[in-house]
Design a protein around this ligand. Structure first.
Ligand code: NAD
Length: 255
């Protein structure tokens, strides 16, 4: 039960972030959403769970806007007890063709934002004597795939940062862990399926090929399943889970 706790989930207007926000709200947490796109339907999704969510439109590639987001959470909600660093972007290209701006943007959103939200959330967690930081990394935080240089580098970085924060908070009731999903069918992955469709592959076949290459279960992981994992990491039972990179990946990393 997370009643009385405040949870900030970055990048929570769609996909995994919205699923994690919904799981936390269903467990009674006050939830703050962030992200772009169809903000209204994300808000009404959480409203239907009986929680009126906060929302802030900070662009997480900008440290200054992250500062404003964390101020908002502090002033309006008394600070984040649960920080879920979920916002992430992808770009697929070979290293020698990788646009430099895309590299910078992916490092900023997928890695540096985790540093900024964490450094700004930790003092309040220490003061209140409880905290959970959950970083949505990826299997690509532990192994690589071709043509995902920036994403793989950023996600490996997130796992390193997770371990450092776990050590610095080891003697406190604050834990920091990473979760490492395999394929989840969200807009981020649909975009990669669409690229195959554009190259002439049938939609169903494009989807199946994507799974068959990497994910032995040949089923997508769901945001709901990841939500249950996040709830476990928030529980008292998970108090000694510290610095973990916990995969939920249909067997991807078992190969
Ligand atoms: P998504 O595209 O559905 O959602 C991304 C969210 O981040 C959206 O709410 C978007 O508005 C927000 N966002 C993007 N750029 C932002 C910015 N600059 N500032 C603030 N918000 C921003 O993607 P998803 O698949 O749900 O991905 C969520 C996280 O899960 C990412 O970190 C991703 O790397 C990770 N992940 C996804 C998969 C997968 O298979 N989908 C697998 C492993 C890890």
């Amino acid at each position: 039960n997370l009643q009385g706790k405040t949870a900030l989930v970055t990048g929570s207007t769609s996909g995994i972030g919205l699923g994690l926000a919904a799981a936390l709200a269903a467990a009674g947490a006050r939830v703050i959403l962030n992200g772009f796109g169809d903000v209204e339907s994300a808000i009404s999704h959480i409203n239907r769970l009986g929680i009126a969510p906060g929302y802030h439109a900070a662009d997480l590639s900008d440290p200054e806007q992250i500062g404003e987001l964390m101020h908002y959470v502090e002033w309006e909600f008394g600070g984040a007890d649960i920080l879920v660093n979920n916002a992430g972007i992808q770009h697929v290209a070979k290293v020698e063709d990788f646009p430099v701006q895309k590299w910078d943007a992916i490092l900023a959103v997928n890695l540096s934002s985790v540093f900024h939200t964490s450094r700004l959330a930790l003092p309040g967690m220490r003061e209140r004597g409880w905290g959970r930081i959950i970083n949505v990394a990826s299997v690509h935080g532990l192994v690589a795939s071709q043509e995902k240089a920036a994403y793989v580098a950023a996600k490996h970085g997130v796992i390193g940062l997770t371990k450092t924060i776990a050590l610095e908070t080891a003697r406190t009731p604050i834990t920091c862990n990473a979760i490492c999903p395999g394929w989840v069918l969200t807009p981020l992955v649909q975009q990669q399926i669409d690229q195959r469709i554009a190259a002439g592959v049938e939609p169903q076949q494009a989807r199946n090929a994507l799974l068959a290459e990497k994910q032995p279960s040949q089923e997508f992981v769901t945001p709901e399943q990841l939500g249950e994992l996040a709830l476990f990491l928030c529980s008292d039972a998970a108090r000694q889970v510290r610095g973990a990179a916990w995969n939920m990946d249909g067997g991807w990393l078992a190969q």
